[in-house]
Write a protein that binds this ligand. Structure first.
Ligand SMILES: [Ca+2]
Ligand SMILES: [Cu+2]
Length: 344
């Protein structure tokens, strides 16, 4: 194991030309306009935000990346544990077994207001069995790991010597240097008719036209990178960030930032289900299930709330390294980020 701490006097350029791990890219810091006033209300208001530079994984964490972590540590994800009945009062006994939430396309047109029409809790579903016990990771080593809860991604990041991005860092990175563009690649959805991300084409949740070639997850790096060299910052799977969800952006005021940090956790509870007090984090990027007729969220400003204890078949993550914290890095993480040559 090697450790290295960049000397304080080291020129800045030397630091960012030498990423702490392979398959990371330097995302320069800066001030940008975060959010959108033209889409869903939780993305507003557009406001100015400043982030410091950091390295980011070029690709989503893959199944083989995650397998290396599990092999090294014996880690069991939340979905592989039976839920503690004390934490889930009123839960039916057959729900208190290990499992996770899986998308099942309904057989006929359904009410789009009720997401239980396509989400099913499946006993035995977890990262190794993304659609349930009968499914496997065969031919999916280079697909993003899914069914990871927030504590799982924190555990992976800690093992890898990396961190989970906050929402502003993630959005800054996803924009790839384009100020207020709708998509990570610009304002046009399909330039020259080319699909730029793995999303859902057709009528969700019934008809998946797969114009992008994929019904479910896709190998990481199957679509062009954004301006910072980052792949899959739109579509494929949603990505965890460390921020507590808010129903709209809270614009920082220096006097109050300490105060709001303390209240973020409780403030993230879902007001629709007051009896369930599980805090929610922000997910970014959209997934292979995002469709224009239902969820136009394959955009850098888009955000949804997810309970910290819930991973699903369309949620994954990637890590960053903030340069001031690189002193104790142990280089033991590698990655399978080998983007398809013909899509670059
Ligand atoms: Ca697709
Ligand atoms: Cu969506």
């Amino acid at each position: 194991m090697s450790t290295h701490a960049p000397a304080r006097s080291e020129p800045f350029t030397d630091i960012y030309q030498n990423p702490p791990f392979k398959d990371m890219v330097w995302v320069p810091g800066g001030t940008f306009m975060m959010g959108s006033d033209r889409h869903y209300p939780e993305e507003a208001p557009v406001h100015s935000k400043t982030v410091s530079g950091f390295w980011m994984d070029k690709c989503l964490v893959t199944n083989s990346d995650f397998a290396r972590f599990v092999d090294a540590t014996g880690y069991l994800t939340l979905a592989e544990h039976a839920p503690d009945p004390a934490l889930y009062p009123g839960a039916l006994p057959d729900m208190l077994v290990p499992g996770s939430v899986v998308f099942k396309s309904p057989q006929r047109r359904v009410d789009l207001r009720n997401h239980f029409n396509w989400w099913q809790w499946i006993a035995g579903a977890n990262w190794r069995h993304p659609e349930g016990p009968e499914s496997s990771l065969e031919n999916r080593d280079d697909h993003p790991v899914v069914h990871v809860a927030y504590e799982d991604v924190e555990a992976y990041a800690a093992w890898a010597g990396k961190q989970i991005p906050d929402e502003a860092e993630w959005e800054f990175a996803a924009r790839g240097g384009l100020e207020q563009a709708v998509y990570t690649w610009g304002d046009e959805f399909a330039p020259d008719g080319k699909m730029m991300a793995n999303i859902w084409q057709g009528e969700f949740p019934l008809i998946n036209l797969m114009l992008d070639g994929f019904a479910g997850t896709s190998p990481v790096g199957s679509f062009p990178a954004n301006g910072y060299g980052l792949y899959d910052m739109a579509g494929n799977v949603w990505e965890w960030t460390k921020d507590w969800f808010t129903s709209h952006h809270k614009v920082d005021r220096p006097c109050c930032s300490q105060h709001t940090a303390d209240h973020g956790r409780e403030g993230s509870y879902d007001p629709q289900t007051p009896n369930i007090q599980i805090p929610r984090k922000v997910l970014k990027g959209g997934s292979f299930l995002c469709a224009a007729n239902y969820c136009l969220r394959y955009r850098p400003a888009a955000r949804i709330a997810q309970q910290v204890d819930t991973g699903t078949c369309h949620q994954g993550f990637r890590c960053i390294v903030r340069p001031l914290r690189t002193g104790h890095i142990e280089a033991r993480s590698t990655s399978d980020c080998t983007p398809n040559k013909d899509t670059q």
